[in-house]
Write a protein that binds this ligand. Structure first.
Ligand SMILES: [Ca+2]
Length: 297
């Protein structure tokens, strides 16, 4: 599995926790593979629920409606308070997701309840089975609102072998008789279609003026296997550059050594971009002349 900076792994619901710097930028071009959008995609299996296309709520065309009548008395014999669920099983040839960047979907919730519980709906990707799964609670789901969810493929346990995708509830989180509709639309795999930096992080946020280099970690995607792109990093203050380095990188996480010899002490912006792109990622960094100066912060 490709390592990814923690800031990105934490970016579960895009509405709730976007990587701050990325959120301000226009999204670079992406390619998509539809898993389900109400009008195309895979066939859903169900248990203790229904999953049908409908157009009452949809981002475009139709969406998939996951309908549940919560019932604490029926269902599997030993588990009357059970797990209504819906899932797709992917055929052999569609399980390698390692060339994709994200799994992404939109969710709209309706209920007989006044509010959703704190763990309203679960989402699972099995890679390939329950012993090797990505599982998360979609706590950011909202009644009467479309909420966008996006998860990095690199957070799945085995991106090369993703066999099933599932939504489910635990009836124990609900009252007997609750009625639920979760509308799911644009469930897709996404990937950047051109070389794109998804994060930049100086390995020190405080650098000493006499250290020869500051290492800048970058995560590059949007490249075919074996291809490279030129990546530039630098330090600047008030628009004026004081350090610059560039190197050709393949997809994945890498560090670039930025020579510090011309940087006076002060506060800077470390920046990174794919050469020729106008999309620049930045992070603050300080250069100090002595350890005492660093401690004074
Ligand atoms: Ca749709």
């Amino acid at each position: 599995m490709r390592p990814v900076l923690l800031a990105l792994i934490a970016g579960a619901a895009v509405l709730a926790a976007p990587p701050r710097l990325l959120a301000q930028l226009e999204e670079p071009p992406m390619e998509a593979r539809v898993l389900a959008d109400g009008d195309s995609g895979s066939t859903w299996s169900i248990a203790e629920a229904t999953m049908e296309p409908g157009d009452t709520h949809a981002r475009a065309g139709r969406a998939m409606r996951f309908h549940i009548d919560v019932n604490h008395e029926t269902g599997e014999v030993n588990y009357p308070i059970g797990w209504p669920r819906t899932y797709i099983s992917l055929p052999e040839g569609e399980r390698d997701w390692s060339g994709w960047d994200f799994i992404d979907f939109w969710l709209y919730a309706e209920s007989s309840r006044e509010a959703l519980p704190t763990t309203p709906l679960g989402f699972i990707v099995r890679c390939p089975d329950k012993n090797s799964s990505f599982t998360t609670n979609l706590s950011d789901a909202r009644l009467g609102e479309w909420v966008h969810f996006r998860f990095p493929i690199s957070s799945l346990p085995d991106p090369a072998n993703c066999a099933a995708v599932q939504f489910y509830i635990s009836e124990s989180n609900y009252q007997h008789g609750d009625v639920l509709d979760f509308w799911i639309d644009d469930l897709r795999l996404l990937r950047y279609s051109e070389p794109t930096l998804i994060s930049v992080q100086p390995l020190n946020q405080v650098a000493f003026r006499d250290q020869p280099v500051l290492r800048i970690a970058v995560d590059l995607t949007g490249l075919e296997e074996g291809a490279t792109a030129q990546v530039e990093v630098g330090l600047r203050r008030d628009g004026e550059g004081v350090a610059l380095a560039a190197t050709a990188l393949g997809a994945g996480l890498a560090t670039i050594a930025l020579p510090l010899d011309a940087a006076p002490a002060g506060s800077y912006e470390a920046w990174a971009r794919v050469a020729g792109s106008d999309r620049t990622l930045t992070q603050p960094v300080r250069v100090v002349s002595s350890p005492w100066e660093a401690e004074g912060q």
